[in-house]
Design a protein around this ligand. Structure first.
Ligand code: MSP
Length: 513
């Protein structure tokens, strides 16, 4: 089954920081998990390069917008490599492949009567490049919810998208697809705003030039948000000649799982679906709007200078390793409705209590005992796994159901519980005592073989989170480093043949504060 996961495309007037790294890492864990399961995955990220913000930043720096975009897009791409992220494509909105398809889609909207030329007056948030309705502006006390700066009253002659005419269809769509927006708190916000009624939205601007020209009326440029949203389908080539059916990537639409931050939910949950409706294209599968990382209890902001930036992140890589960073992002991050506080102390505690004490320690104990009592050779298990094959199968099923829901905490938990059970099993059965009694060697063999096999299966489930360390674990368990088999095969009980040479492993060293 084709699966498609996307991050927002990031503005190039900014340097990569924890926010970008977070969303992209979440998507990467999911993409790896889906690939592990044998799904045909397409994972997209990229950069959003047009608009007045980029034009202004470039002017301040005394470079052309394109030069600024080239420099920062290259930086985002470099960072993806440093983080070991496995995106299948990287789309830039200044690429000709994107620009010409956006023009094609906008022209289709115009021809269909969904876009028209009109005059508009409204409350405008300059920083966000977003208009608000009177009701919404009042709620916000006429201040930007992001920057806190006053909203301005703006009038423009522009091309508009008839968003208002999609009110009923959107309401029906939300009613029929209760899971479309996740988490539920975010969906309720969207429904609340939808009840206020929809107004038409501008799709062009004339107050600056750094954008895609409007087809047929080139003094207008296409509004950056409309331009940007289309990336999700231009990357698949849906607006190429021949369209939906012709391109190789067309199979990934509408399998899309759009992962975004909560501040850009309205565009994704309302405007994007309406644009697709107007184009008679199918709806994406889901919009998942996560919350925010804050720092030491405070909102991260550029003006406060407390953004966890790239040098800070690289400091964590150096101290704890890349996998530890991924683990913290995936299991402690703001994936659901509440914000997460990034604290060095909490990072350290999570590393120690989960990675050192469980994911590192359990395999280390098991391989150490097998080394000590059986010269590292996998013992034979006369009990055929006892209760463990069923436990592992249940954990894999739990992992898989969690992955379906982008519940990374639940998926990690499924593997962690198995490892904790193995620890408890060792504690209960005391193999180190059995080892002293030659009459009980058979029992000892079974216990350690069952532990090793369960650790192996938990390791498979942890691969999307901890790809480097789990590759080490595979080698320690005599499983080679390039597994070609599917998840189903690899989580089948009994793949470590008796007699296989295992190696003692220490995956996560203790780190001093
Ligand atoms: N270019 C638009 C998105 C267009 S998508 C069609 C944009 N870009 S952005 O560079 O500002 O990136 C916003 C995204 O970065 C958020 O939606 C979120 O994914 C991520 N984050 C930025 N700051 C964040 C936190 N403090 N915490 C978590 N993620 C945040 O908006």
């Amino acid at each position: 089954m084709p699966a498609y996961i996307t991050t927002p495309i990031y503005y190039v007037n900014d340097r990569p920081h924890i926010g970008h790294a977070y969303t992209t890492t979440v998507c990467d864990v999911w993409a790896r998990a889906m690939r592990l399961r044998g799904e045909d995955v397409f994972f997209l990220t990229g950069t959003d390069e047009h608009g007045v913000k980029v034009e202004k930043s470039a002017a301040t720096k005394g470079v052309t917008p394109q030069a600024l975009a080239d420099e920062n897009a290259a930086e985002f791409q470099r960072v993806l490599k440093v983080f070991g992220l496995t995106n299948d494509d990287f789309i830039r909105t200044t690429e000709p492949r994107h620009e010409k398809q956006v023009q094609y889609f906008v022209k289709r909207l115009l021809d269909a009567g969904s876009v028209y030329l009109g005059t508009f007056e409204g409350w405008y948030d300059e920083g966000q490049e977003e208009y608000y309705t009177e009701t919404r502006a009042k709620e916000l006390d006429y201040k930007s919810p992001i920057s806190g700066r006053p909203l301005t009253r703006a009038t423009e002659q522009n091309y508009y998208f008839k968003l208002s005419s999609f009110q009923k269809r959107l309401e029906d769509f939300f009613a029929a697809n209760p899971d479309f927006v996740q988490p539920a708190a975010r969906r309720n916000e969207v429904l609340g705003r939808l009840r206020d009624g929809l107004q038409d939205v501008p799709v062009t601007r004339t107050n600056f030039t750094w954008g895609i020209p409007f087809p047929g009326d080139e003094k207008h440029v296409i509004y950056v948000w409309i331009d940007a949203l289309f990336n999700y389908i231009t990357a698949l080539g849906l607006g190429e000649p021949g369209g939906l059916l012709a391109t190789q990537r067309a199979k990934y639409w509408p399998a899309a799982y759009h992962v975004i931050g909560k501040e850009i939910l309205w565009f994704h949950a309302v405007i994007w679906p309406a644009l697709l409706m107007a184009l008679e294209l199918p709806m994406p599968r889901r919009i998942h709007a996560h919350s925010f990382w804050i720092a030491d209890g405070q909102k991260m902001s550029k003006s406060m200078g407390n953004f966890v930036d790239l040098p800070t992140i690289e400091g964590y890589f150096a101290k704890y390793g890349l996998d530890a960073w991924r683990w913290y992002m995936a299991t402690q991050g703001p994936l659901q409705a509440s914000d997460s506080d990034f604290r060095a102390q909490h990072f350290h505690e999570t590393y120690t209590s989960e990675l050192v004490n469980v994911v590192g320690n359990c395999p280390s104990r098991v391989t150490a005992m097998i080394s000590k009592y059986f010269e590292g050779k996998m013992p034979a298990d006369s009990q055929a796994g006892g209760e463990w094959p069923a436990k592992c199968a249940a954990a894999v099923a739990q992992w898989s159901a969690a992955i379906d829901e982008l519940d990374l905490v639940g998926a990690a938990q499924a593997a962690m519980s198995l490892l904790r059970e193995v620890d408890a099993f060792i504690h209960r059965t005391e193999p180190f005592k059995l080892a002293k009694d030659p009459a009980r060697t058979g029992e000892l063999c079974s216990i350690l073989a069952q532990c090793a096999e369960t650790v192996r299966i938990a390791g498979v489930m942890l691969e999307p989170f901890l790809p480097e360390k789990m590759a080490e674990l595979r080698i320690a368990l005599g499983q080679g480093d390039a597994p070609a088999a599917t998840m189903a095969e690899r989580t089948t009980w009994g793949r470590i043949a008796a007699g296989t040479q295992l190696v003692k492993c220490a995956l996560f060293p203790r780190v001093e504060v």
